[in-house]
Design a protein around this ligand. Structure first.
Ligand code: SF4
Length: 468
């Protein structure tokens, strides 16, 4: 994979005689929930420094594009947004364009060359420097030659807490809380450790104070995120672990839910299961991307430590009533034979995950897998992806049908239609899973309320329900 391309005509000149300092920033946050948490950190530092956040990037002095560069489609989306922001600037509709996140972190020099209209680039270790970087970019006289203003050399080493001023970009009811940054695994296909650096867990006190503040201001659902949440605390002293963190969060007062998203199934300890099973607030929702089930493929993926637990973990988790299992699989990895793929399909049929996402392997520059032989032809990889998703679609439909008639608690997240509501049940994580619709509801029920519902039907990945 190559660095981003997107050369445009360079806009020369500075602020065109305008003297008023730039004030409002329009934020475009791309990629995953972990990137959204970074956007919130930057938003907090902007507010702290006296900037305002524009309701839309179209109406801002500065457009900030917080990018993802995980795989090629993410880079293409980033390039498209950066170019649109630059066009906006050339048309005189904004004054500065700043690009942050994984793209400039990964392609430090190349990004500056590919996007000459960008005024500043910001690395993932400099989120708190954004206000200074904007001021520096604004003051520069030679705006025709951007430099990566805010990207330190080497791998990132910091982990950020959200300033109290941080907006909850994910909405008033639900929030993402990042509990760690970076990753100590060495999955052969993944460039993240080279972009984000090694694991750094946030001190539990900092996470607890963010959670307290969120709950105080109306959040009802906290989703803990990291590259691997089950690795939480391994780099800290004093016996910190995901289990101990969850125990502390569970002790907070209020009516709320906690989910933890993205972990390793072989790192789900008995202690963690015990905490989840006996908690008041922690949902038994397990998001554990297995990537594959075939031992040889897993070895080639450099995930050999996950092989032993692959057959046993679903049963351990399902011992908890109401446990929900989500996973992610990758097909078309170098060396994946037809037999290995059939084995994966049989495994999926056996385990019957509630939710499953699938990717086709893409060779990422600088990763071990990019150099590996035995890449299945693209049409074979496509066909495997389609078959896997078809299988899961049927399983998800059957799982959803089995939910009809069941009663459960749900969090109201939005209005729906004329007088209905959109709610989320315990098995539905934000953005990645379906939602539940209630067609008619009394007016006094609103987003942020918990309600009890009976599932009445299913439409694809979504459910319909009635209040009980
Ligand atoms: S766990 Fe593996 S796939 Fe996930 S970020 Fe770390 S190296 Fe990448």
């Amino acid at each position: 994979m190559s660095a981003p391309t997107g050369k445009t005509k360079t806009a020369k000149g500075g602020t065109g005689g305008r003297t008023k300092p730039v004030k409002s920033v329009g934020l475009i946050s791309l990629g995953c929930s972990k990137n959204l948490a970074d956007s919130e950190v930057m938003a907090g530092h902007l507010l702290k420094a006296g900037f305002t956040l524009a309701p839309s990037p179209d109406r801002a002095d500065v457009i900030l594009v917080n990018t993802c560069a995980f795989i090629e489609p993410a880079r293409a989306e980033a390039a498209e947004n950066i170019l649109a922001a630059c066009a906006h600037k050339r048309n005189g509709k904004c004054r500065l364009v700043v690009v942050s996140g994984c793209l400039p972190q990964r392609y430090r020099e190349a990004a500056a060359e590919a996007f000459p209209d960008v005024d500043a680039f910001l690395g993932v270790d400099e989120l708190d420097r954004l206000p200074d970087i904007i001021r520096e970019a604004e003051a520069r006289s030679d705006r025709a030659h951007p430099v990566p203003l805010g990207i330190a050399e080497g791998l990132p080493t910091r982990v950020f807490s959200k300033p109290i001023e941080a907006l909850r970009l994910s909405g008033p009811v639900s929030a993402y809380v990042k509990i760690g940054e970076g990753c100590d695994h060495a999955c052969a296909f993944c460039a993240i450790p080279k972009i984000r650096g090694r694991l750094r867990s946030r001190p539990s006190e900092s996470i607890l104070s963010e959670a307290r503040e969120l709950l105080r201001t109306g959040t009802r659902e906290i989703n803990l995120v990291a590259q691997d949440v089950t690795a939480y605390g391994r780099d800290l002293r004093g016996g910190n672990s995901l289990a101990s963190l969850l125990r502390q969060l569970d002790a907070l007062e209020g009516d709320f839910w906690i989910r933890f998203l993205y972990g390793f199934h072989n790192r789900v300890t008995d202690e963690l299961l015990e905490v989840v099973a006996n908690s008041r607030h922690i949902l038994p929702y397990f998001d554990l991307p297995i990537q594959h089930s075939d031992p040889e493929v897993l070895r080639a993926m450099r995930r050999a430590d996950t092989i032993q637990a692959i057959d046993t973990f679903p049963e351990r988790l399902r011992a908890i009533p109401g446990a929900t299992l989500r996973t992610t699989c990758m097909v078309g990895f170098p060396g994946e034979t037809e037999e290995a793929f059939e084995g994966l399909l049989a495994y999926i049929e056996r385990v019957r995950f509630d939710h499953l996402g699938a990717f086709i392997f893409s060779p990422e520059e600088g990763t071990a897998a990019a150099e590996m032989d035995g890449l299945p032809p693209p049409e074979v990889a496509q066909a495997r992806h389609a078959r896997l998703m078809e299988t899961q679609k049927r399983i998800a439909r059957e799982v959803n049908r089995a939910r009809v008639g069941t009663v459960g608690r749900a969090l109201v997240t939005d209005w729906y239609g004329e007088d209905g509501l959109t709610v989320r049940m315990a098995h539905q994580a934000p953005e990645v899973d379906g939602v539940t619709h209630i067609l008619h509801a009394p007016e006094d029920i609103r987003p942020g309320d918990f309600v009890t519902v009976r599932v009445t039907g299913c439409r694809g990945y979504d459910l319909t329900a009635k209040l009980v």
